[in-house]
Ligand binder design. Structure first.
Ligand SMILES: Nc1ncnc2c1ncn2[C@@H]1O[C@H](COP(=O)(O)OP(=O)(O)OP(=O)(O)O)[C@@H](O)[C@H]1O
Ligand SMILES: [Mg+2]
Length: 253
């Protein structure tokens, strides 16, 4: 599903010197694989996830995602990110003015004026899967760190992405909540067959993945994972429901 070939990425440091963060990165990720990216601070984990998520472009090399060359001209990155890639960040980045339930549905509303029945049903399923149904009506400041992380995971999954990118999603959590998020990612990978790339400093979290990649600021080869069946949750058309985005939605939880 993903092939990185001879990827190079450098940044200019404050003195104008080039800092070669990724050199000759070659990595294949098969659909349904769970990959952990480890490495010391500054080794390029976030840079690699940003490239995979098309938030950054490589200086050179090829990035094929789901059969498409992402370095080719004319690619609609915003559309690909919206429909095919889910992101979870360390600070979760929930919008404070919306409830957990609304935060989860926001991506489904990004290009639409109405919430579809299909999205509502899928959001409910995600709430169950992540065990946060009881707190769905609460605002981000009323959620625990673990609940906020699980809300962010639901939001990242609402569009049924092919790829879930998680950049240190447990960095701000205690050991128990970190463990829960880790087992949730394993569940998601097994149940929804979502391909996951997780950046983490934690050996415990990384050990849950099929393959661990170590970044050391030097050329490396990535691992191969299993090919799994496509997600059973794909497809389906929903009805048009409410005239305005959140009308009637808040009341549902
Ligand atoms: N926008 C930028 N401009 C210049 N240098 C950058 C930029 N972003 C990252 N870097 C540098 O690139 C290197 C890799 O950064 P990156 O954030 O990918 O590391 P990381 O492995 O995610 O680290 P951490 O574990 O601390 O999150 C670092 O030396 C960083 O200073
Ligand atoms: Mg980072």
């Amino acid at each position: 599903m993903i092939q990185l070939t001879n990827i190079q990425k450098s940044y200019q440091d404050g003195e104008g010197q080039l800092n070669h963060v990724l050199r000759d990165v070659n990595l294949n990720i098969d659909k349904g694989t769970f990959i952990a990216v480890k490495g010391p601070s500054g080794s390029g984990k976030t840079t690699l996830l940003s490239l995979l998520g098309t938030l950054l472009q490589p200086d050179s090399g090829s990035y094929r995602f789901n059969g498409m060359e992402m370095t080719a001209p004319g690619i609609n990155y915003a559309d690909i990110r919206h429909k095919q890639i889910g992101f979870i960040f360390q600070d979760h980045r929930l919008l404070p003015q919306y409830t957990a339930w609304e935060n989860i549905l926001l991506p489904a509303l990004a290009y639409r004026s109405q919430v579809r029945k299909e999205d509502i049903e899928y959001a409910r399923l995600l709430l169950e899967l992540t065990r946060i149904t009881p707190v769905a009506k609460q605002y981000p400041h009323q959620l625990s760190g673990g609940e906020s992380g699980r809300t962010a995971i639901c939001r990242a999954l609402i569009m049924k992405p092919l790829l879930l990118l998680a950049d240190e999603p447990t960095g701000q959590l205690d050991a128990e909540n970190a463990k829960n998020i880790g087992s949730l990612l394993v569940d998601i990978n097994k149940t929804l067959h979502t391909t996951i790339v997780l950046a983490t400093h934690s050996n415990d979290l990384a050990s849950l993945a099929h393959t661990i990649i170590e970044l050391r600021n030097s050329p490396f080869e990535g691992g191969q994972g299993d090919v799994r069946n496509p997600s059973p949750f794909e497809g389906g058309q929903g009805d048009v429901r409410n005239p305005s985005p959140f009308e009637g939605v808040r009341e549902m939880y």
